[in-house]
Design a protein. Structure first.
Lengths: 455, 334
């Protein structure tokens, strides 16, 4: 359990890091938006990405299932659609506690800052979002970071080349997403073997088997009666057909798996010749080149923001959430921990009932991750100036000193106990480095205090 | 002397087997009144028995009301806490499995990958989550996540959850299965790779109480002496045979030449008085224990070295130089 003193320090660091990110976002024209902490769970349960759904913190209230906000994106898109501003470009920022019911983590609550750029298609928006992550890290004094860039659209496109149905792709990518790296071909093939198991419908002319299975379905279901476990006879038949088709085309799946093993392991520094490495893969064609070019364009623009190219790593298969993102994705990692991540998720609005796609790209900062890694340095140095009362102090003067110093941007507190960093008040004079300062000398005192802080 | 509360299941699948198990271990439980929740174990006078529901055994041990208890591994997996230490996880009774089961009519669903796809069907075509009825929400959630199923809702249920898909308040169930009959009767089938946990009865203790209360640790030691002795004893059969040889040493060497008939250290050999000598030498009787499942192999081996008139009886206890489980417990408590 984190000690209270540590927690207080951590919150203090987080507050300052939030300020740094917010200031940066304001410079880029992002407007701060508030979202409720408590929301209907439905908003997340059926629409958010797998990781969020897995760890959603829910509670029941008057027969309604509520969730403590796990992220900002879903409420942001919902608000965008409801605001009637759809198709206009908005830049929104969010911050506050987010909640996660994850047994692997010590606490349920963490602090997050997020930004969403909605209504803007194209590479410019993606590069801006990625650059914001890098610039924020640098302003916080985090030197040792890397930005990993991938492309969900490219991965999906390449898998399409193997003739996989959408559902097969989705399950395969989900499996990939939950595996620890490096991906081993054997485990993926074991998975595949189970995936294409034919349910007795072998597809090679064994009519007896097919008849037996179908008869079993006829016996246990009826087209006009209620669903069995929520599924109708048609639902079951439709899926049987899907399985059968996969079984017939299982060679394609085997090829796709073999491709995916190579593709998923590909991680290349930006300064290396990463595009050629991708082009050498099977299944890469003209359209794949276009998508690869998108990564190149985004990365080049990120560099234009002043991000060091040695910080950029290209990992085309980077998977943040396959059912959430649709294009460029990224993660900013500090010693392996994710400090920020996001990407393009144009399809997401349709899940919330929009008629079509809404261009959307966003990011979230996971501030606790980096603080626990002791990487954050900018927040440690806040000084509070202490005015020490003595028997000879003029109390009214103490109030005036404190207020004047605060007006000049100092954090001030008044104490009675002497300490190394407390300045005694003698009468109306504040004693700093053995020299008395009257209230009229405040400007020279401020300069002195700034010098002392800098040194 | 401070007394030690030992919580035992009062009802449920492992209640009666627990009483039989303890009796087989020489730890008969006396319950003066069937309506009361207390009892004694005459073999360990410092122990008081408290009868509770299987899950409440865990809670009573966790909060220190009872210092020791017997419950199921499934209960520990679902509700266990740091206060609980599993002292013996292989009491070898009360076997059952926590499994994922789907309606038999779902003939397209045979494994967890199939179910993952059906869960996506629910989400995308029906715009709702797969509903799972269970009394094991934590184990279920973790297992489904591990198997790529993320969009589901747990329907908390108490008793008769096998009927949930028929009644309609859930699509599938996660439940304990012993023989599978109840599932079949409710037109459900377990998924081949849907076993969440293989469970059986286990002995548990309160970690802090065992560290701080010597009488609790002493009670655990006596329990474990009986339990280890009885469980090990069950695996052995004692063979007594007549055999001729020129000396006890000669017979001992012949029998022990085969590791299977060496017993724990070697055979006990004694002369038979009054038996006539023959060409092979004098008659002796030899006794040893062998693993019960290899009894006939051992008999053949003994015949081969001249043994005859062999009798075999079950071994009730085998006590080693110390209770191995108690040694493990001491190490775990530090």
């Amino acid at each position: 359990m984190t000690a209270i003193a540590d927690r207080i320090r951590e919150l203090s660091i987080i507050r300052r890091s939030v300020e740094i990110v917010e200031n940066l976002l304001t410079e880029f024209g992002y407007e701060r938006i508030e979202t409720p902490i408590l929301q209907p769970a439905e908003l997340f349960l059926t629409r958010a990405g797998d990781q969020i759904v897995d760890h959603l913190l829910t509670l029941e209230h008057r027969d309604e299932l509520l969730a403590l906000r796990p992220e900002f994106t879903s409420p942001a898109i919902a608000a965008y659609l409801q605001s009637g501003t759809a198709q206009s470009v908005v830049r929104w920022s969010f911050n506050g506690p987010v909640f996660e019911d994850n047994p692997a983590q010590e606490r349920l609550q963490s602090e997050s800052v997020g930004a969403e750029l909605l209504g803007m298609p194209g590479r410019y928006a993606e590069a801006e979002i990625i650059a914001l992550a890098g610039l924020a890290a640098e302003r916080m004094g985090i030197a040792d970071y890397e930005i990993v860039i991938g492309h969900v659209g490219l991965t999906r496109y390449l898998l399409n080349q193997f003739g996989l149905d959408t559902r097969a792709q989705r399950l395969l990518l989900n499996y990939l997403n939950h595996q620890r790296e490096p991906l081993v071909a054997e485990t993926l093939q074991n998975w595949l073997e189970k995936f294409i198991s034919p349910s007795g419908l072998s597809g090679n002319g064994e009519h007896e088997d097919q008849s037996r299975i179908l008869q079993a379905l006829m016996d246990t279901t009826h087209p006009d009666t209620a669903l069995v476990g929520g599924r109708s006879r048609d639902d079951i038949l439709e899926r049987l057909l899907r399985k059968q088709q996969r079984y017939v085309r299982h060679e394609n799946l085997l090829e796709a798996v073999s491709f995916l093993v190579k593709y998923a392991s590909m991680t290349v520094g930006y300064s290396e010749n990463w595009q050629e490495t991708i082009m050498a893969l099977p299944a890469v064609n003209e359209q794949a080149q276009v998508l690869t070019g998108e990564i190149q364009q985004v990365a080049a623009m990120v560099l234009a923001y002043g991000i060091d190219q040695r910080k950029l790593v290209i990992k085309p298969a980077l998977a943040r959430s396959w059912d959430y993102y649709s294009g460029t994705v990224f993660e900013l990692r500090v010693n392996g921990a994710i400090f920020a991540g996001g990407g393009r998720y144009d399809d997401f609005a349709a899940l919330l009932g929009a008629a079509g796609e809404v261009p959307a790209v966003g990011l979230a900062f996971y501030l606790n991750n980096v603080i626990s890694d002791n990487e954050f340095t900018a927040g440690d140095q806040i000084q509070t100036l202490k005015i020490q009362l003595t028997p000879a102090s003029n109390l009214t003067a103490a109030v005036r000193w404190a207020q004047e110093l605060r007006r000049h941007g100092q954090n001030v507190t008044v104490v009675e106990e002497p300490s190394n960093n407390a300045y005694p008040l003698q009468g109306e004079h504040l004693i700093v480095d053995s020299k008395p300062y009257g209230i009229d000398d405040i400007h020279s005192l401020i300069d002195l205090l700034k010098d002392k802080t800098a040194s | 002397m401070n007394r030690v509360m030992f919580a035992l299941p009062s009802k449920g699948a492992i209640a009666e087997p627990t009483m039989s198990f303890l009796q087989d271990c020489g730890l008969r439980v006396d319950k003066p009144n069937p309506r009361q929740y207390i009892g004694t174990i005459p073999a360990i006078p410092t122990i008081d028995v408290l009868f509770q529901r299987v899950i409440d055994v865990l809670y009573k041990v966790a909060d220190g009301t009872a210092k020791l208890g017997i419950t199921g591994l499934d209960v520990i997996a679902e509700y266990g806490s740091e206060d609980i230490i599993v002292i013996h996880d292989n009491l070898n009774y009360g076997h059952c499995k926590l499994v994922v089961a789907v309606p038999e009519a779902w003939i397209d669903v045979e494994n967890m990958i199939d179910l993952a796809e059906v869960a996506l069907d629910f989400r995308e075509a029906k715009m709702r989550n797969l509903k799972v009825a269970t009394t094991y929400p934590n184990q279920t959630r973790e297992f489904l996540h591990r198997n790529g199923i993320h969009h589901f809702s747990i329907v908390a249920a108490e008793g008769a959850i096998e009927a949930a898909p028929t009644i309609g308040y859930a699509d599938i169930v996660v439940d304990l299965v012993q023989t599978g009959t109840t599932l079949r009767e409710n037109h459900l089938k377990p998924l081949l790779d849907g076993v969440i946990i293989n469970s059986q009865a286990c002995l548990i203790g309160n970690r802090r109480m065992l560290k701080e209360h010597p009488e609790a640790l002493q009670a655990a030691r006596i329990l474990l002496e009986h339990i280890d002795g009885a469980l090990l004893g069950k695996t052995y059969t004692q063979i007594t045979m007549n055999i001729t040889g020129i000396s006890a040493e000669d017979i001992g060497r012949k029998i022990a030449a085969n590791p299977l008939t060496r017993g724990l250290q070697g055979p006990t050999v004694a002369p038979i008085f009054g038996a006539e000598k023959n060409d092979s030498g004098q008659w002796f009787t030899a006794t040893l224990i062998v693993p019960g499942k290899l009894l006939l192999t051992a008999i053949e081996s003994l015949r081969a070295v001249g043994a005859t008139h062999m009798s075999a009886v079950p071994v009730r206890y085998v006590f080693l130089h110390e209770s191995p489980t108690f040694a493990q417990l001491q190490a775990a408590l530090g």
